[in-house]
Write a new protein. Structure first.
Length: 379
């Protein structure tokens, strides 16, 4: 009998396969995978050498007896499988969002706490190399006292990507669930984890999208955009989520005497003119990282009063999992820590269902769009 941690994966797409490879990289044994479509399951299990594949989650839990479950489906499909896994005593690794709303996310957090299981919430772009670098620089006082943060991004997503979970609030769609979660995680990892206050507004710039069958992999959905969007037989689905958002948060930082102001501005469908970026402003300097998730390079404005590109420290580079792709590397980083923690090793704090539930509650608040003050009567 193997003494390796046994993992059951829920989801057979890009995320499910990525989670499986990440757990294997951490030394765990992937004992099964569950999905919706039998022929897809057959192909994935054959290609990846996974011994069990099925379409029924409870049957898989009983058959595979995993120590850990890895949830890699859209957010709207998370609640029941996670609840069942917790009841079975499994530790849970879950991709963002935790669920589709704050109430169900809090229920899962409370159930996990009561059961005493370990959880990990994969808003994992906080493990980008230059974000780790920025965290060290801020902690070392490179910018003095943190004052404010900017996260600016424009994705220019195709308006005609096929209708699916990303267009539906009940399925965990929307840019807050699938962009803001990472951005907030990045900022709190550098500045401090305690969020004091938040306000924001959202906008649905999409309206509708064509309904196309056969879209399985989220990353290749662009390949399924219909050639003739004027076809009278084409069906359309209505979007009910945000594709743009503007959010301001106040974050308590142990390195600052007053809360740090963080601005998050994202246009999912709007084109960018300059590069996306993340900037940390302080009393003595500023860190500027190119890229919407901080892919780099990183520039420091400090005592020299000029912008200087700052190379990634060798020890941070050496700590990174060796795999292509930012998403895949970040999964592996967090899963490595999660597995070590389950095995009783001491690891740095990582995000779990506590943060996942908090994020869903924050998203519920932002989506209310009630931060405005009516000034139309002012003269």
């Amino acid at each position: 009998m193997s003494d390796r941690i046994r993992v059951l994966v829920h989801g057979t797409g890009f995320a499910g396969q990525g989670h499986a490879e990440a757990f294997r990289d951490a030394g765990a044994e992937v004992v099964g995978i569950v999905g919706r479509t039998p022929n897809v399951i057959q192909k994935v299990t054959a290609d990846m050498g996974i011994p069990y594949g099925g379409t029924d989650w409870m049957t898989a839990l009983k058959a595979c007896k995993p120590d850990v479950v890895s949830i890699a489906t859209p957010g709207g499909a998370h609640f029941e499988p996670i609840k069942q896994a917790i009841a079975s005593g499994c530790h849970v690794f879950c991709d963002k969002p935790l669920t589709a709303d704050g109430k169900t996310a809090m229920e899962l957090y409370e159930l996990a706490e009561a059961k005493g299981i370990k959880t990990a919430f994969a808003a994992s772009f906080r493990y980008m190399p230059e974000v780790l670098h920025a965290k060290r620089l801020v902690a070392d006082g490179a910018i003095g006292e943190p004052l404010e943060v900017e996260c600016i991004s424009h994705f220019n997503l195709e308006r005609d990507i096929p209708y699916g979970w990303s267009h539906q609030r009940s399925e965990g769609g929307g840019r807050l669930n699938n962009n803001f979660t990472h951005k907030l995680s990045i900022v709190t990892s550098v500045i401090g984890e305690k969020i004091d206050a938040i306000m924001g507004e959202v906008r649905d710039d999409m309206g509708k999208a064509p309904i196309v069958k056969g879209v399985h992999n989220f990353k290749t959905r662009r390949d399924h955009i219909p050639e003739n969007l004027d076809d009278p037989n084409l069906e359309w689905g209505e979007s009910d989520v945000e594709w743009s958002y503007n959010v301001t948060a106040r974050i308590d930082s142990p390195m600052a005497s007053q809360p740090v102001t963080a601005l998050f501005k994202h246009g999912g469908l709007q084109p960018r003119f300059h590069e996306d970026y993340i900037a940390f402003y302080g009393s003595k300097g500023t860190i500027y990282i190119k890229g919407h998730y901080g892919s780099g390079p990183l520039y420091l404005y400090g005592e020299s009063k000029s912008w200087e590109e700052t190379p990634l420290p060798a020890d941070i580079a050496a700590s990174l999992p060796d795999v292509d792709g930012d998403t895949e590397r970040n999964w592996r980083y967090l899963i490595r820590e999660f597995v070590k923690d389950i095995q009783g090793e001491t690891v740095a704090p990582y995000q779990g269902f506590k943060e996942g539930a908090q994020y869903q509650q924050l998203i519920d608040i932002i989506r209310k769009n009630n931060s405005w003050t009516d000034v139309s009567d002012l003269t």
